[in-house]
Design a protein around this ligand. Structure first.
Ligand code: 5GP
Length: 202
């Protein structure tokens, strides 16, 4: 059995990556998902059983001290981290896992998980991104300004990812992510044992 493949997905707040991820997971139910630990206060749209586990700063720092994170970052004053164990267990069982993190976290994973496939979700324009953030109505105007500033910095990192997918049309973006996941399984580096099997039987 071959190891699972980690897929690291980033994109600025408001680029629609949560919706893309939800749809990809519906289409590919076998795909694992890394639940991040975070210390930011809950927003209306967050659910306890969803993509985040909400911790106090003390709880997060305890886990940090135990080296329980594959990567972590402070984003707009709050901790965000990827717990190490669920990712390692999924990969060892041959299960792919989707890790949704910011560009700083992705840079750390390029060191610690070099086999990860990087996918960057790009908004069609900064103007559309601002409109989406305003329509979401979860942040104050100051927070929106901060998120837009952060978005520009994140987009500058897009060339460091293996794939860039523009989320203009949702269906197309979802299909593009699924195509990347399928194609990753066809890479020669992932199929060494298959090639050897064929040669052995020749
Ligand atoms: P939000 O507060 O809008 O849910 O997320 C803010 C940013 O944190 C997003 O760019 C999101 O991708 C990122 N993020 C979510 N989970 C993690 C994580 O575990 N590690 C890191 N480094 N970033 C994360």
């Amino acid at each position: 059995m071959s190891r699972g493949i980690p897929f690291v997905l980033s994109g600025p707040s408001g680029c629609g990556k949560d919706t893309v991820i939800t749809r990809v997971r519906q289409k590919m139910p076998e795909l694992g998902f890394s639940v991040s630990c975070i210390t930011r206060p809950k927003r209306g749209s967050d659910k306890e059983d969803g993509k985040y586990r909400f911790l106090s700063v003390g709880e997060f720092e305890n886990m940090l001290a135990q080296d329980a994170f594959l990567e972590h970052n402070v984003f707009l004053g709050n901790y965000y981290g990827t717990p190490r164990r669920p990712v390692e267990e999924a990969l060892a069982k041959g299960r792919d896992i989707l890790i949704e993190i910011d560009v700083n976290g992705a840079a750390q994973l390029r060191e610690t998980l070099p086999e990860a496939v990087g996918i960057f979700i790009l908004p069609p324009s900064l103007a559309k991104l601002r409109k989406r953030l305003e329509e979401r109505a979860t942040d104050s105007p100051e927070q929106i300004a901060k998120r837009l500033h952060e978005a520009r910095r994140e987009i500058e990192c897009a060339p460091l990812y293996d794939y860039v997918i523009v989320n203009d049309d949702l269906d197309t973006a979802v299909e593009d992510v699924c195509s990347v996941i399928r194609a990753a399984h066809l890479r020669s580096s992932h199929n060494k044992s298959t090639v050897n099997e064929v040669l052995k039987n020749a």
